[in-house]
Design a protein around this ligand. Sequence first.
Ligand code: SPV
Ligand code: MG
Length: 559
Amino acid sequence: MTDSARPSSPRGAALRRLFASPNPIVIAGAHDGLSARLVEEAGFDGVWASGFEISASHGVPDASILTMTEMLDRARVMNGAVSLPVVADCDTGFGNAINAIRTVRAFEAAGIAGLCIEDNMYPKRCSFYPGVKRLLADTDEQALKIRAVCDAGSPDFVIIARTEALIAGWGLDEALRRGRAYADAGADAILIHSNQSTLDDVARFAEQWDRLTPLVCVPTTYKAATVEQLSRAGFKMIIFANHGLRASIRAMQDTLRELREAGTASAVEDRIVPLSEVDRLVNLDQLKADERAYLPPDAESVKAVILAAGFDERLMPLVSDRPKAMLEVRGKSILARQVDTLQQAGVRQIAVVRGYKKEQVTLPNVRYYDNDAFEESGELESLLRAGAELSGAVVVMYGDILFDRNILERLLQSADDITLVCDRSWPDTRAGREAAGCDLVVESPTPRRHHRFLADAQPVSVSAIGATIDPALATAEFIGMAKLSARGCQILGEVYRELRELGDDRPVHESPSLRTAKLTDLLHEVVRRGHAIASVGIYQGWLEVDTFDDYRRAWTEVG
Ligand code: SPV
Ligand code: MG
């Protein structure tokens, strides 16, 4: 949209459309973001940023006590909380015409749809305060002020001019004379205020109104009047100015009194909204979504999925009565050690996918998923069983690895969408292990290979992964520990669905079918589609229990 096509005041334009529609415009008072949002949810056409409410919510009378900037702050907050037009009650405009010009500019710049200026003398007094001095501005001077504010705003900004002639007891003729002067000065609407208990006064005003300028009323004291009656009487806009505030005062008084008397929160529980309702009103879901999208995950919010479903016959008969993850190393199972390390690093939401001898896996404080088809399926199938966990940041690990806590902590710090922990000691230690079917990776750029090195100064990514990579080309070994961000989970899900569409029975990288595929097969497909996989490089500090030798080594190495 070009600047010339963009409405100068989008919400002012929206309010003007309401004025142009055949229906009455019904708006309600508010004083902050929450009350404005409640007005919107209740279905009103707009929000009245009420001076009475804003003052009361500051604990001060509605008597020009607050400054223009204090009123503007609240109007801005309300405007930000709703998509409705906000009409700001600007009392006298906070001074003479010159002050009022600045007021218009400031409120329009804040996105407010329009404002209302009354002909009380500054400092004003609320129309309903009994026994206070009430002086009205000179009509000509007030008309000039209205002209000034109309000229100061952009064409879409709405100016409502309000006369207090009836409130001040100056009679209907004076009210009409003032209303006409302000309409002729350019006001978009005229608000005729009354503190009578019936609508007779304002109805008479409307009856004798002889301008095209629409009329606005505030039926606070003539409370029996309905929108329909007022609309029929000739009013285009009806403002229910302060009912939300007064309702909340009553509710707070009653609740606090009862709370004090009973001395227990349970006494008031059935008369207050649940916390979840506050969460909804402040849009907590949006906060969570933003956190997931834009904050590096802290360990507390990271989940872990441990894949421990498989059966490994290389370890028979050690694993004849339990899965590999439940093998004890110095009195504590591998799985219990993993769970402890995760918890120490702050990861408390831990899920384990069980399969073989699943009844033996009963650690507390862990969620379980079962892959009962573990014999004919692969790790990927197990990971899918825990699909409910794959929504935010999640660490995925094999259930047969032991690792130093600092390795996990480095992985948790990764801000990438998909990150693998890769052991760069592979080129130094591969002799004798080449046939063992290790998960190898090729990284890019090739990590520096010195005897001593610091963590990568520049990001290193995985360009190939699998057990069939030429061991001489591999730069590292994948240790079976990865981290996915929310987006990383999405990427894996998308690639998996694509593979499914190609057919379950087609080979996937190194596996004969999708059902038997390994995690590394999916990661290979992820890389092949051009998604980045980051590598956190380590140098040893972990071991995998695949063979008797591994198991023996675990005993000697675990403290
Ligand atoms: C306000 O809400 O501040 C108003 C309307 O000006 S009334 O209080 O009814 O005067
Ligand atoms: Mg007011």
